[in-house]
Each structure stands twice: as structure tokens, then as C-alpha cells.
Design a protein around this ligand. Structure first.
Ligand code: ADP
Ligand code: MG
Length: 633
């Protein structure tokens, strides 16, 4: 009955190549073999539903078994099974030629990482970790004889019909190679099953585990009277019906949340909201994306979007499939239409992948818009957490910009929110300069810029909060998009100069008096750092104020963020304006003073106060200021 056959090979010794080629990634063999078991089970279920497989089919549980002493790992399914002819055809001919083609194509690739997923190698990936592989199989077809196939990695195999097996399905027995004994460790196999098979659609059992349950209650017993008992139960690795395979209408908010934690067991924060994807034309895509609450701590690199193909885990590197600005989202995508055997650079050019990527962008925009329209208060509450996605998306993706420009929010230092349109309509009448330009005043540090914010607010202006790393880029981007507007930081100038109105205030001192004051005040600060300018502010404003022109500051900031071409500005010393309020009573006091020393003292004290309020008074100057102040009191 037993016979030998030769695998039809062009490449002699293909197994060493398979083994070496994928060495770094050899763990995927388990995914391949378990997915074959799942496929075989699904086929049988399909046949049963067509009435082509009849009788009691029993349960379909797939079992993975380790035998440490025999050094074997076995994958058992109760699926469709194979006859002798089918083994010869599907395993020895078709599967092999597939594997051979695959290896020929990629063996010269220097960078192994360019190949994502290794579907296509299929069954033969077993030889990456096994020195010998046996197949025991019994076809579902009535009257079939069981078959045993064995191959030790040479192109020759043995095949025979056997009588021992009477359970329908296939057992794949791997005799683990000496240098791969890690795959005989239970924790290793369980880890791999959890990684690759966690959501496969057929139950997968790996050994047993202890569980505590309540025993059945006898008459008169209350649940709290009886103790839990320990029982041995199957250790089921997977959830065969994960949330993303269900219809949104079947799922509650709680279901979505608990799936999030199932996906990321180490994540304790709740997600902000989710998007359920479900497309079947022109490409197939299901999945659930979550907007996470991003903490400032470094995120666990594990908690990334996971890519599946028919519920088989492929990768958690979704670069090029998901637009860049959404890679910080979490969740799962499942699409059999993403080519998995190609390099990442090729992925980018793939038509389906492009469509999938823009579909995801559209869905994210839809969801955000819906939240904005229907639950504005909630949207505002979540804004701090989602603004990074929205802003990054607006900067990097034109299509997304067009959608998001309608719901992107501007937050003020008083926790008020405006869209750009609302800002235009509500704030424009007040906050424009004499050229009818709308000024978006902003602060990036409420504490440090308090004086300026206060001055702006006293004139009824709104000050926006722009305090993240991304905000400066966002500001530049929005200025390039919108017309008749600009962003100016509150401390860029005195508020009435930032937003210049027509009416000019009258100066209380004459031009001559100003000339008299000029050298006295200039003597109070370093000439390299400050230029003295006079302005007719209100009596109630401070006598002196430090400002820093918007243009200068932006150049400096850009330079610090690494805009190399701007190094000219970056190397310039920090220049500030020392604005002198000519209408403040102190100026008249200095002018009226006859004692030169006292004049200098007043100027110095006022200038130091202005510096102090900006945290610019340091070291010896600060010590001197304190001494002087003590003397004055
Ligand atoms: P693929 O799964 O992509 O078809 P594989 O190399 O993984 O390629 O498998 C080759 C073929 O061998 C399968 O198409 C199937 O016909 C057969 N096969 C593999 N494993 C099993 C199994 N457990 N039960 C039944 N048939 C199997
Ligand atoms: Mg396969």
C-alpha cells in the first residue's frame, strides 16, 4: 500500500532555502497551519449548508497539542479532510509549486522586512521549524480511506493509506527541528496562538485550564452558601465572533468598549469613540477604529491598529494602508483585498490600498462631523484629545482638510469654542484692524502671557489657546488657506498695535519730553536686546511692557524645530521691544524729577518690573532688583 513519490521541483533542496529565508519570521508557520485547519473546517461547513455533507458532523473544535517528550507539535482539525489523491495533488503538487515560486521570487531580497505577511508559503512554512512533517487525514467523503503522508524535507515523500484513523479531518504532526526547540514550550505556542489566532472563526483549543464555577444548587441552598469548585476546562484561545464581524446594529456601546479591552488587555483607558467600517464594494473592508485618549506618556507600541485578513492576524504595521495622521488610532482592519505578499513601497501604489486609505479618511471625517453636528457639547469636551488628529489631518491631507475645516474648533483661553466660520461671523466685527483684517489672537502659555491676555480681554477680544507642538504648523497652514486674516500671539506687540484701529490716542507728553526720556530709559536696559518704543497706551496700562514681534518669534521657533534654512534668524540674538507707555503718570514723574539719579532709578525699576513679568530678569540683575526694591520700601 505504501508508496513514495517525488515532489515536482525545479529547485533542488528548497527546504533549506525556505528555512533560511524566513528564519527571522519562522513563527508564522503556526498561523499558516492553523488557518489551513480553519479553511478546511469552513469548507466542510459550507458543504453541509449545501447539503453535500450530511450526518452528524459533531463539533469543529481545532486542537493544538504539544508533546514535549516526542518533540512534536500537532494541529488537529475536524474539517473536510483529504483523500490520498488530494494529498498528492494539493500538498505535493499545487502547494509546493506555490511555495517554490514564492521562494524563487524573494530569495534574493536583501531586506527581508520588505515582505509583509507570508501568505503563499502556506503549508510548506512548516519546514521552517520541523525536520519531519506527517499528515494524517480522513476525508469527509463517505467510504474514504485515511491517508498518511510523511516528508523529511527532501524532495521525496512517503504516502500510504492507513486504517488507524477514524476521525474525519486532518492532523498535521511537526517533528520540531533541534534548533527550533523553543516551539516545544507551551508558553511560546500559547503566545503565538494569541498573537495570530485570537479572532479566527473556529474555536481553537490549546490544552486545558482551571476555572472556578458555582456548583449546581441543591434544594434550599442559596448561591452565597456554596463555595466555588475548581474544574478543568478547555483552554480556548480565540473569540470566533469578534465585534467587527457583527453588524453595528447588533452591538451596544458597551460591546464596543469591551472589544477595545479584548484587543488591548493592558489598556485601561476607555476609548473616546469608535467607527465601525463595513464595505463590500468595490473592495472588501471591515473593522472598528477607535479614537484613543492619548496620554502624554509614551504609548505602548503594542497598542496599534491591527491588520487582519479574514480574521487571521497579519501585522500591526499599517503604514501606507492607513493615512499617516490616523496611525495613532487603535482598532482592527480586516481586508482580504490588501495584497500581503508585496513590499511596502508597492503597497502604496496598489489601487485597492489607495481606495481603502481614502475610504478610511472619509469615514473618520463623517464620524467627526456627525459628532460635531449632533453632540456639540460632547465634541467640545473631547476636542483636546482629538485635535491632534484633526489638525495633523488638515495639514497633511487636502481631502480631509476640506471636510474638517467645517468642524475644526478653536478654543479660547476662557474655554469657549468656535469653528473658523463662527469666528469669522461672531468675532470679526470686533477683532479686525483698520484694514479689515481679522486677527486671531492666541496665547501658548496662559500663565506667562497673563498680562497680555488680560489687556486683550479688557478690549473684548478673544484669545485662542495654541499650546501644542503641532499648533505652530497648524497656524502656518491655516494662514495659507484663509484670506484676510492672520494669527498673532498676544505678546507680539501692545494689543492696540496688534489690532490697530483708526482712532489714535493722544499723547500726554510732548515730542520734546519724549526725547528727554529716551536716553534715561535706554540706560535702564541692554541696548543689544531691547529697542525702546513709545506708545500712547491708557493710563491704566503698565508703564512699561516687553513685546516680541510675531515674525521674529516665529522665525526663531521654526529654527528651533529644525528648519535649517532659517539658521540666519536662529543665530540672531533674541530681540525684544521695550514699550514705554507715554501716558502713564510715571513718565511725568520722571520728567518732573530734578535729581538725575532718581530719574534713572525710576526708569530702571519700571523696566525691571516689565522684565520680571516676562521671566527675563535673572542672575545679577535680579539680585540687584531685589536689593533696590527693599531699599525703596
Ligand atoms: P493555501 O492555503 O493558500 O491553499 P497551503 O499551502 O496552505 O495553501 O495549502 C495547500 C492546500 O492543501 C490547501 O489549499 C488545501 O487544499 C490543502 N490543505 C492544507 N491543509 C489542509 C487541512 N488541514 N485540511 C484539508 N486540506 C488542507
Ligand atoms: Mg494556507
Amino acid at each position: 500500500m505504501s508508496s513514495t513519490g517525488k515532489i515536482n521541483v525545479q529547485t533542488e533542496n528548497i527546504f533549506p532555502i525556505i528555512k533560511k529565508f524566513l528564519y527571522s519570521d519562522n513563527e508564522i508557520f503556526l498561523r499558516e497551519l492553523v488557518s489551513n485547519a480553519v479553511d478546511a473546517t469552513k469548507k466542510l461547513k459550507a458543504l453541509a449548508s449545501l447539503g453535500e455533507a450530511t450526518g452528524d458532523l459533531g463539533d469543529f473544535k481545532i486542537e493544538v497539542e504539544l508533546d514535549k517528550s516526542a518533540k512534536t507539535l500537532t494541529i488537529k482539525d475536524k474539517g473536510i479532510g483529504m483523500t490520498k489523491e488530494e494529498v498528492e495533488k494539493y500538498i505535493a503538487q499545487i502547494a509546493f509549486s506555490g511555495a517554490e515560486e514564492f521562494v524563487n521570487k524573494y530569495k534574493d531580497k536583501v531586506d527581508k522586512n520588505v515582505v509583509i505577511g507570508h501568505f503563499g508559503l502556506g503549508f510548506y512554512s512548516a519546514f521552517m521549524v520541523a525536520k519531519k512533517v506527517e499528515i494524517y487525514s480522513l476525508s469527509y467523503k463517505p467510504g474514504s480511506k485515511a491517508v498518511r503522508w510523511e516528508c523529511d524535507g527532501s524532495p521525496e515523500y512517503q504516502i500510504e493509506e492507513i486504517d488507524e484513523q477514524n476521525q474525519r479531518g486532518t492532523n498535521i504532526v511537526l517533528h520540531i527541528a533541534d534548533d527550533c526547540e523553543e516551539y516545544l514550550e507551551s508558553f511560546k505556542i500559547e503566545g503565538l496562538l494569541t498573537k495570530y489566532c485570537k479572532f479566527l472563526p473556529v474555536e481553537i483549543k490549546f490544552g486545558t485550564k482551571k476555572d472556578r464555577i458555582k456548583p449546581e444548587l441543591k434544594e434550599g441552598e442559596k448561591p452565597e452558601d456554596v463555595k466555588d469548585i475548581e474544574v478543568e476546562v478547555d483552554n480556548i484561545i480565540n473569540n470566533p465572533c469578534p465585534a467587527w464581524t457583527k453588524k453595528p446594529s447588533e452591538l451596544s456601546d458597551e460591546d464596543y468598549k469591551s472589544f477595545y479591552h479584548e484587543l488591548y488587555p493592558m489598556q485601561f483607558e476607555e476609548p473616546l469613540f469608535h467607527i465601525h467600517l463595513n464595505v463590500d464594494f468595490p473592495f472588501n473592508l471591515t473593522g472598528i477604529l477607535y479614537f484613543p485618549k492619548l496620554s502624554n506618556k509614551l504609548e505602548l507600541p503594542k497598542d496599534r491598529i491591527q491588520l487582519y485578513s479574514n480574521q487571521v492576524f497579519v501585522t500591526d504595521n499599517v503604514e501606507n494602508i492607513v493615512p499617516d495622521f490616523l496611525t495613532l488610532l487603535r482598532g482592527v482592519l480586516d481586508s482580504p483585498d490588501i495584497p500581503l505578499n508585496v513590499s511596502r513601497s508597492y503597497l502604496q501604489a496598489d489601487g485597492n490600498v489607495k481606495k481603502i486609505s481614502s475610504h478610511i479618511t472619509k469615514k473618520v471625517a463623517d464620524k467627526l462631523e456627525e459628532l460635531f453636528k449632533k453632540e456639540r457639547a460632547d465634541f467640545e469636551k473631547k476636542w483636546d484629545d482629538i485635535k491632534i488628529f484633526v489638525q495633523y489631518g488638515m495639514i497633511s491631507d487636502e481631502k480631509f482638510y476640506e471636510r474638517a475645516a467645517k468642524f475644526a474648533l478653536l478654543k479660547t483661553t476662557d474655554n469657549k469654542f468656535y469653528t473658523f466660520d463662527e469666528f469669522e461671523n461672531l468675532v470679526k466685527p470686533i477683532q479686525t484692524d483698520k484694514d479689515n483684517k481679522l486677527i486671531y489672537l492666541y496665547a501658548n502659555n496662559v500663565q506667562e502671557q497673563h498680562v497680555y491676555i488680560d489687556a486683550a480681554k479688557s478690549r473684548g477680544y478673544e484669545v485662542l489657546l495654541m499650546e501644542t507642538m503641532l499648533d505652530p504648523h497648524y497656524i502656518n497652514h491655516m494662514e495659507s488657506k484663509l484670506k484676510d486674516m492672520s494669527f498673532v500671539r498676544v505678546d507680539a506687540d501692545t494689543i492696540d498695535k496688534i489690532i490697530k484701529k483708526d482712532e489714535t490716542t493722544i499723547s500726554k507728553i510732548t515730542e520734546d519730553q519724549q526725547k528727554q526720556l529716551q536716553p534715561i530709559i535706554e540706560g535702564a536696559v541692554s541696548k543689544d536686546q531691547f529697542s525702546v518704543v513709545f506708545e500712547n497706551l491708557s493710563e491704566k496700562d503698565s508703564p512699561m511692557l516687553i513685546t516680541r514681534p510675531e515674525f521674529m518669534r516665529r522665525m526663531k521657533d521654526m529654527n528651533q524645530m529644525g528648519g535649517g534654512s532659517m539658521s540666519f534668524y536662529g543665530n540672531m540674538p533674541d530681540m525684544y521691544n521695550l514699550v514705554v507707555n507715554s501716558n502713564h503718570p510715571l513718565m511725568t514723574k520722571i520728567l518732573d524729577e530734578t535729581d538725575n539719579e532718581k530719574q534713572n532709578l525710576y526708569a530702571k525699576q519700571a523696566a525691571d518690573l516689565a522684565l520680571l513679568s516676562q521671566g527675563l530678569l535673572k542672575g545679577e540683575s535680579l539680585t540687584n532688583f531685589i536689593k533696590r526694591s527693599v531699599e525703596l520700601i
